[in-house]
Design a protein around this ligand. Sequence first.
Ligand SMILES: Cc1cc2nc3c(=O)[nH]c(=O)nc-3n(C[C@H](O)[C@H](O)[C@H](O)COP(=O)(O)OP(=O)(O)OC[C@H]3O[C@@H](n4cnc5c(N)ncnc54)[C@H](O)[C@@H]3O)c2cc1C
Length: 638
Amino acid sequence: MAGDAIDLVVGCHHRLYRQFLHGAFERREEVFAQRPFGNIRRADIGAVFGLTMTAALGSVVIVGGGTAGWMAAVAFGRLLGPAGTRVTLVESDDIATIGVGEATIPPIRTFHAMLGIDEDAFLLATGGSYKLGIRFEGWTRPGESYVHPFGQIGTDIAGVPFAAQWLRARQAGAAEALGAYSLEARAAEAGRFSRPIANGDSPLSRIGYAYHFDAGRYAAFLRAQAEAHGVIRREGRVDRVERGPAGIAAVHLADGSRIEGDLFLDCTGFRALLIQGTLQAGWTDWSQWLPCDRAVAVPSAADAAPLALTRAIAEPAGWRWRIPLQHRTGNGHVFSSRHCSDDEATATLLAGLQGEALADPRVIRFATGHRTRFWSGNCIALGLAAGFMEPLESTSIHLVQSGLQHLLRMLPTGAPPAPAIVDRYNRTMTGEFVRIRDFLVAHYHLNARTEPFWRERAAAPIPDGLAEKLALFRAGGRIFREADELFNEVSWLAVLTGQDAPVTGHDPICDALPIMAAANRLALIERVVATSLTHMPPPCRRAGTVGPGQDDLMPIAFVLAAAVINLNQLGFRPDDPKQAIVADAATSPLEWVVVDDAGKTVLTGRTTVGGDDAASGDHVHVARFTALTRSGSYRVWL
Ligand SMILES: Cc1cc2nc3c(=O)[nH]c(=O)nc-3n(C[C@H](O)[C@H](O)[C@H](O)COP(=O)(O)OP(=O)(O)OC[C@H]3O[C@@H](n4cnc5c(N)ncnc54)[C@H](O)[C@@H]3O)c2cc1C
């Protein structure tokens, strides 16, 4: 019925709307265990917002057309455009964007879903790839590595969090390393990937993932989306900012034009033209906590067998990143200029390349810290203009998203904006930055490397918040997540154990369950993860493409709905015979359906009842779908 359908659509969007604007509260469950949004009719989002937003803001001017500027433009255009707000973005073709910033974390999927961005279209347009986590190589000592995976790790055991039970069992020698219980960590290492597939309570239903993408292409992709939502792009260099009673009245372009607005978003990158150049919002320096102050970056030829993870490789005076894209690999070396010259850093970077360099290395200088006031007058800084912390956990683009989320919850209702709102925003963003900073510092503080840079980091004072986290962990492995904190208990567990953080004893609540019973449950979880892994397709060179995969194989991702389905292989050549064996007690044929990546049914059929199978002890059915000959990625449903 039409009425039911409308209710459903509004309900879905309302959930997304809440998730986007109130993400901080939902993050506890959602951030690293994102759900798919397959059933959402995205075209209706604007209509829903049209009903709920008011046009209190006449015009918003965004200065800067890098990732931050265009993320803001598409969000404001999409959400406020229907309410009558005019959104203008000014960018200068003469001033380059930063050109890096290509690794993300899972909340970006919420951002994209909220804005109606189609995942396949986005990946194709940006040369993007999937990411299941970050592998830290050599961070404790050379030769050792661990993965900080997205998604959940394990599951509660006897009502006690997995982390506590695992720590106790690990101390007793009765548990595997943490990564064994994470589907994302194992899939990333094994070069496998699948989007989440509806499969009951299995880890396959909850795969947490994010993306790598080409920064330049991402800005261009967002620009097209924003312009489709009515955002006006003005090309030109801002050479004067005019002050007004609310803060900023207008920006003046080199061609003499004047652009006025009610609200200004400073997305001018490290220049911070409005928020600092004009409003002097101040800078809080954090170089004492995170002393790396330079990076050298270079693209190289695409990996032949890319993994769905970002690599962070420790070096004597910093670390290197490797970000696999479809058309190239992004590489960079973040370093401390007190410990390493630009030439040495460049030599280290080039020596570590796995493919041919595609451009000259480029040195980028940066300062670590944040704007003391992110919001001043009627101007809010986003992106590099707001602050920067090195990309160790891929958090900068997330901070743009998070700034937008908070801003959209705190839109001013008049000019000048109410001081209470401005203060609240500044306090919230400062808190976000502080907690991420503490997480980053933990990676450096907990190291056993011998080089002067690393010994200095191990000995340096650490922020109070981190000191408390480490003290709590040391006392029985306790991890507490602060309100609104981006990184959850699982992330802290992965990094603290990966970095060999000291821990004494275990949480006594675990003792209610005998250690052997806990060990058995852990073994079961490990087996479920291992089995789930076998159901994830092998690497696909062009991740995200709906077309032919590697060697023209047709990868089949499949869903375990009512029964256990075993495919005779994971990828098929188009003319190969294709069949699945299904374990099910039913004595009459079962209906099956094959759907393509867009969810469209492409083939249906009924199983042949095979009867009892002596080898497996199961009653089996056979589903044959050899008639499917078009290359692509499909799912089999029963
Ligand atoms: C070495 C390094 C590695 C990074 N890696 C990651 C990562 O892996 N993951 C992640 O999340 N983030 C990463 N970041 C951060 C990420 O790159 C940025 O957060 C993101 O690209 C946003 O940048 P931006 O849009 O704020 O600035 P920019 O890209 O610098 O854009 C600034 C814009 O302002 C315009 N502009 C400036 N002055 C004027 C003017 N006078 N008139 C008109 N226009 C003007 C420019 O033309 C440009 O369009 C990294 C950053 C660095 C430095």
